[in-house]
Design a protein around this ligand. Structure first.
Ligand SMILES: [Zn+2]
Length: 90
C-alpha cells in the first residue's frame, strides 16, 4: 500500500530526467515514419511523438485492416527513430 506514492514519484522523476537529457520535443526528431503492417502487408504512415521519450512501446491499429500492432519506438542520439511493428498478443 505504501508503494503507491513511491511509484508515482519514480515515474515523475524519470519523465523529468528524460526531458532534460533528451530534448526531442524541439523539432529535430522524427515525427513520423512508414511501417509495413505484419497482418496485411500494407505500407502505413504513422505519427510519432518524440516528446514521449527515447523508448516507447504502445498499441496502434492498422488503418488498412484494423488489426492491432505492438509498436516499439527507439530514438537514437540524433533523433532518428527506429520503429518496429509486430502482431499484438504473439
Ligand atoms: Zn494491416
Amino acid at each position: 500500500m505504501s508503494s503507491y506514492s513511491g511509484n508515482g514519484d519514480d515515474e515523475y522523476h524519470l519523465r523529468e530526467s528524460l526531458d532534460e537529457e533528451f530534448p526531442l520535443g524541439d523539432g529535430t526528431a522524427d515525427v513520423g515514419t512508414t511501417v509495413v503492417c505484419p497482418y496485411c502487408g500494407a505500407s502505413v504512415e504513422i505519427a510519432l511523438d518524440p516528446g514521449s521519450g527515447a523508448s516507447q512501446d504502445y498499441v496502434e491499429d492498422c488503418e488498412v485492416c484494423c488489426q492491432p500492432w505492438q509498436v516499439t519506438v527507439h530514438y537514437d542520439d540524433e533523433g532518428h527513430a527506429e520503429v518496429s511493428v509486430t502482431p499484438l498478443g504473439d
